[in-house]
Structure formats: C-alpha cells, structure tokens
Design a protein around this ligand. Structure first.
Ligand code: ARG
Length: 589
C-alpha cells in the first residue's frame, strides 16, 4: 500500500498544480499541532516568495480547491498561510481496513530492489564469557537484521568471533602447564587427535583469566604464550587441533547464551577465518602501490583533504610482520565480498571504535577490496551505564557477566509477576523470562543507538511508562478481549472496520496508518528506536481508546465487530513491531 503521507501529498500537490503553482510546494507532513489538525502543508509560505504574493492568498486558493475532496473532513487555510488538514473518517477507515485485509504485510510493501546486506554484530571473544559490553551489539544488530528482513532484504548476520590472537596462546600455555602429557603438545605425534575436547566450558572459562593473570606477572609465561600464538598462527598441528576444541566448546556455550536473548546468527565465522586471505591481500596492496613501509610497519594512507581532524594511516602489518585487528577486518571484507557479494556491510560495534572503522573503510575502498557502490555502514553504539552514570559494573566493581545480568532481571520480573497474580511457579518463571527480555531489549532499543544510556532495572521492568513490559501488557490486554469475543460471539457476515465513532478511535486509526512509513524509515536509517517510539504512541492510543469505549458491551453487532477487527489489526501491528525488535509477548501476564 502507498504510504498515507504520500497519498495526501499527491492530492495537495495536484491542487497546487491546478492553481498554477509548482508541484514541489504540495508536500504534507504530520501536524506539529495535533490539537488543531492531523496533517499540515506549509508550502504556501515558500511559494509566496516565488510568486510574490501573500502566503494566505495561495493557501486560501488551495483550501478552496480541496474542500470538496473526499479524502478530507476539513481543510483550513490559517494565516499567515498554513494549510491544516483532517482526514475523512471514511477514507481513514478504508485505509486501515485495507491494512487489516493484508494479513501478511499489514500494508507494508517489500523493497522493490532487495539488497544483500551483511551485518557484523555480536563480536564475542572465544573462551571469555559474554559481558554487558556484548549485549548492546547483540540487541541492536539482531533488530537491524530483522527490520531489513521484514522489508524484504537478504540480511546475513555474522557473529565475527574474536578467536585469533594472544588469548589462544594463553589458553594453550596454561593447558600445557596443567596437562603436559596431552598428545597436542607432542611435536612428533602424527596420528589423529581425539574427538573429545580435553576441557569443559567451565574449565575453559577459568583457564583464560588464570592465564591472563599469570602473564601479567610472569614475563617468561607471557613469552611462552606469545610463542604459542605464533606457532598456532604458523599452523602447528597440535595447536590447531586445540584451537578447534576451544572453538567448539566456546561456540556451543555462546549459542546457548544468544538463544536466551532471542539472538541468532546465519554465520559463525571468526577472525581466524580471515587469516588465509591475508597474504594475497597484502601482496596486492603492495603491488598496487598503496601499502608502504613507515617506521618499520606496513601502512596505507587514508587521510583525505577534507578531513577536519587527523586520520592516521591504516596499519596493515606490524614491524615484525604480524597481522593486527585491522588486517583481520580487511581480510574479512575480502571473503565477504568474494562469497556473498553484498551491496552493504553494516558493523554494530562500540562507538569508541569509530576512528578505527573510518580507517578500515577508507583503506578497503582505496585498495579496491569493495566496489565503489558498496555501502560501508558503521553503526556505533554508546555505553550502557549504571545509575551512577558510570559504565555498568557488578556491585563489586567487576565486569558484569551477561548471564548473571539476565538471570537477576528474570528474578526481579518473577517477583513482580507473582505479586500481581497467583500463578503456577513454572508458568510464572516462563512468563517472567519473556517479559524480562522485553524490559532489557526495549530499554536499550528505545534510545538512539549512538547515545549512552542508563540501565535502570526498576524503570525498565515497570508495567507503566515507556517500557517493554508496558507494550507487552497492552498486547496481552488486546489478546484477552479477542479471546473473550471469540468465546462468546461469532463475527457477523460483512463485518468491517467502520468510520471512527469517537476521537480516540480515530486517533488509534491514525497511528495504525503510519505503520508502513515507520518500518521504511527504521530500515533506511538503521534506527530501531523509531519502531519503539511508534509502538509507544500506538499502545497509548489503544489504551486511550480502550478506556473510553465499551467494546464487549456494545449492542450494535456491526459496530462491535468493527472494533474487534480494529483490535486484531492493532495486535498484529504491535506484534510485528516487537518481533523486529527481537522479543515476544506472553499469553498472560
Ligand atoms: N571482538 C571485538 C570486541 O570484543 C568486537 C568485534 C567487532 N567487529 C569487528 N568486525 N571488528 O571488542
């Protein structure tokens, strides 16, 4: 379906043209004075300059011309030259009715030219537990991916594991200290390595911090870890077999954690997968004359004339020839282009890495790793702070493990739910999990991604205000009315959404009619917070309508059936929106 604003703009534009004015003045926007009108057009103000007359002379003419138009219930020309518009109840009901009939898409058309978009999010580090720093990337990335999918694009999510570098050498070194007899350390061994890993996930999670701690105090230990890393990277068999075990064990655990967050990835590639592409990539950069030696290191200049601040060169290889985080990201672009040929790459990463990504993107473009038209999009997010305004920590001041954070919110939510109702413990716990996830995700996504925000459990878990639980509560309320209606009545033949009977019903319909435009904008601007703002308005409009309207007691069966259809559409729009945000509603709460 066409977007409501476009339909209205088309009519107003026609009126401008019929009166001899340029079409560009007919653009209509949502009203910024909802007390006066629903939509407005300020084109006459600008047109007056071109046509050298008073603005209201133009707006008067346009208003006169639109008076008879079936689309509007009122068109007013207001001095100095504004056009205030109200939609006709019939026109609006027809539009919303058409949305309701479009069961799959609710009036939101898929993109005409679907793009292939790879999205790099999550970025967990193998063998280290997930912490709150990884939460935002997972939540925002998952939502951006789902919004794109809903709009019909081919979205490919890649977790981009941090599985390369010193942390692997540290684990190998510590393991060797503990179990030197393991066959992985025997350089002369040339048989098959065991299929069973020589550690569990809890051992692994303990081994890494122990090793990391030791390396800070013991220079010889650190040296050994660096040597192990080097040998691993040079392809030593036993170490690569260990790397595989570390990956398997770690990835299983990560998958479980992400599943609890309703987050999933199409690809479980890591930094290590980029390594085979490095030598050829570096060689080509040298051959093409882009890479040169500076202070021993191999670099590519990426500064541009228009820069207002210093953008340092992108380092490709360290002076000892070792590759870096940059090298891996560039080589990752190489395989992504080769295997998937995406139109766009989106990175959902902490905004403190912005300069780094500027260097990587410029380098990739300059050296021809991507096509000139390939879009490279850095979606940097701000820090999640505690109530004290400082980065979120445990009470002891340590890094908060994600698992711990999630389970403590689940408990908080369960307490609230158990307070409100008598529920079976098992059902209550399940519901609590679902609601808690909405609290965490909505609390995050309702802020513009680039901003820092305060993680406030009390506010996020509240059933009132701009929160996830409030949205779920609204959906549950609608579901329960629909269930009641289904149990007591049958929908009459020919039921349809009727022209609004009240202001609150019209306001609800006006909100519903914005759905397709909101989804399109949220996609174009990679802005899940726009979906949040929309469903908050929609939930408010619904609750207002609900409080003012006797739905189940309505005697006219056709009017009542129209309400029910309106409720069904509201539920679907809300559920579609929370689905793209990455959470769902329970049956009861
Ligand atoms: N593993 C990194 C970290 O924990 C994040 C990776 C972000 N993605 C990327 N392509 N560099 O900080």
């Amino acid at each position: 379906m066409k977007k409501m604003l476009d339909l209205i703009s088309a009519e107003v534009t026609k009126a401008f043209e019929e009166n001899g004015y340029d079409a560009k003045y007919g653009k209509v926007t949502l009203s910024n004075r909802p007390d006066l009108c629903e939509y407005q057009c300020n084109g006459a103000m600008a047109a007056a300059k071109e046509y050298k007359c008073a603005p209201f002379m133009i707006s008067d003419k346009i208003a006169e011309c639109l008076k008879e138009n079936q689309m509007f219930s009122s068109v007013e020309s207001v001095k100095p030259g504004f056009l205030n518009l109200k939609l006709s109840e019939t026109y609006l009901a027809d539009y919303v009715g058409e949305m309701e009939a479009d069961k799959e898409r609710l009036g939101c058309e898929k993109a005409k030219n679907p793009k292939t978009i790879m999205i790099d999010y999550g970025g967990p580090n193998v063998a280290k537990p997930l912490h709150v720093g990884h939460l935002r990337s997972a939540i925002i990335g998952e939502s951006v991916k789902r919004i794109g999918k809903f709009m019909g694009h081919n979205m490919i999510g890649d977790v981009h594991l941090g599985d390369w570098g010193l942390q692997m050498g540290l684990i190998i070194t510590e393991l060797k200290e503990r179990k030197p007899e393991l066959v992985y350390f025997d350089e002369n061994y040339d048989g098959e390595y065991p299929a069973e890993p020589p550690f569990t996930i809890s051992e692994l999670e303990e081994i890494y911090p122990t090793a990391s701690g030791k390396s800070k105090e013991d220079a010889a230990y650190k040296e050994a870890a660096m040597q192990a890393t080097y040998e691993l990277q040079q392809g030593r068999r036993g170490y690569n077999a260990l790397l595989k075990h570390i990956l398997d064990v770690s990835v299983n655990d990560l998958k479980r954690n992400y599943e609890n967050l309703n987050v999933s990835f199409d690809l479980w590639k890591g930094e290590s997968d980029a390594q085979p592409y490095i030598p050829d990539m570096v060689q080509k950069m040298k051959d093409d004359g882009f890479a040169y030696i500076s202070e021993g290191a191999l670099v590519v200049d990426v500064k541009e004339e228009t820069d207002t601040k210093e953008i340092p060169p992108c380092m490709i290889l360290k002076s000892d020839g070792a590759s870096l985080y940059n090298t891996t990201d560039l080589a990752t672009i190489v395989w992504r282009m080769k295997d998937y040929n995406p139109d766009e790459l989106i990175y959902v990463v902490d905004k403190r890495q912005e300069l780094y990504f500027t260097q990587v993107f410029r380098c990739a473009r300059k050296t021809g790793l991507v096509k000139p038209e390939t879009k490279l999009n850095f979606l940097g997010f701000g820090t999640m702070n505690g109530k004290d305004g400082k980065p979120f920590k445990t009470r002891e001041g340590g890094v908060m493990r994600l698992e711990y954070l999630v389970s403590s919110i689940n408990e908080e939510m369960y307490k609230k739910i158990a307070e409100n109702h008598t529920v079976e413990e098992a059902e209550g716990k399940e519901t609590a999990k679902v609601v808690a996830l909405s609290a965490i995700k909505y609390g995050d996504l309702s802020n513009q991604a680039s901003k820092d925000y305060v993680f406030d459990i009390d506010r996020f878990t509240s059933f009132e205000g701009n929160t996830g639980p409030y949205i779920l509560y609204t959906i549950v309320r609608i579901k329960s009315i629909l269930k009641k209606y289904q149990a007591e009545k049958t929908m009459p033949e020919g039921a349809a959404i009727l022209p609004a009977h009240s202001e609150s019903e019209k306001a609800l319909m006006l909100e519903l009619s914005k759905f397709n435009a909101v989804m399109e904008t949220a996609f174009e601007e990679t802005a899940p917070h726009k979906v949040c703002a929309y469903i908050y308005d929609l939930a408010n409009a619904f609750n207002h309508f609900y409080h003012e309207t006797k739905i189940m007691a309505e005697e006219d069966v056709m009017v009542q059936a129209g309400y029910i259809k309106l409720l069904e559409l509201t539920r679907k729009v809300l559920e579609t929106c929370i689905d793209v945000l990455g959470f769902e509603a329970p049956e009861r709460m």
